[in-house]
Design a protein around this ligand. Sequence first.
Ligand code: IPE
Ligand code: IPE
Ligand code: MG
Length: 228
Amino acid sequence: MDGLNHVAFIMDGNGRWAKAKGMPRINGHKAGARAMEQIVPYAFTKGATVLSFYAFSTENWSRPKDEVNGIIKLLFWLLDKNLSYLHENQIRLLVTGDLSCLSKVRREKVLNAINATKDYKKTVNILFNYGGKSDIMHAVHGLIDSGIKRPTEADFENYLYNNLPPVDLLIRTSGEMRLSNFMLWQCAYAELYFTKTYWPDFGKEDYDKALEEFYGRNRRFGAITNPK
Ligand code: IPE
Ligand code: IPE
Ligand code: MG
């Protein structure tokens, strides 16, 4: 729809948000989870059909164990809390990343939710234990195993963790201006939007600002706008 199909979020700044309030980092992650719950319905009403959220990167394992466990627990709490919401609103859940780090019980819980919602059209995609490089290597290994000798881009995309449409708009909060190993293939032509707002404070008005900026951009995809 009008060029805005896939919006991705690098939800950054939870820790600094908590610190600024004199609270433990995990409170920032909890507030971040609430911000995510609020932005999902709003972003769908504003036209996107795929929403991707960077929840836990392959690099985030280097954080203290308590924080890592806290984030994972929080993600499962979110899933339990919102599974009926996904059904009621016909939203498909995808989880993109290496799920082999999860216990069997947790992995099955995720896979069941993915399977139960697979026919819905709108998509919430959670990037968990995800890295753009790991995604690309997953595709490389899959292609080698498949025996395809000269893969096309379309073949390659079939072997990524999930075959997602290209990211149109990538929003990163908290003032950091980097990709941090996020969807390297899928962001090849994404419009990048950075805001200083910490993720837990990111709301509808911030999203509107990002959209305004997006619609003001000239997406040329390498072509020229006024040939003559
Ligand atoms: C983003 O917030 C959430 C995750 C990486 C899981 P951070 O936890 O990175 O917050 P800051 O960047 O330390 O403020
Ligand atoms: C990126 O944020 C990962 C997620 C939002 C899940 P980080 O806070 O981990 O990234 P860096 O360390 O600032 O690059
Ligand atoms: Mg961060």
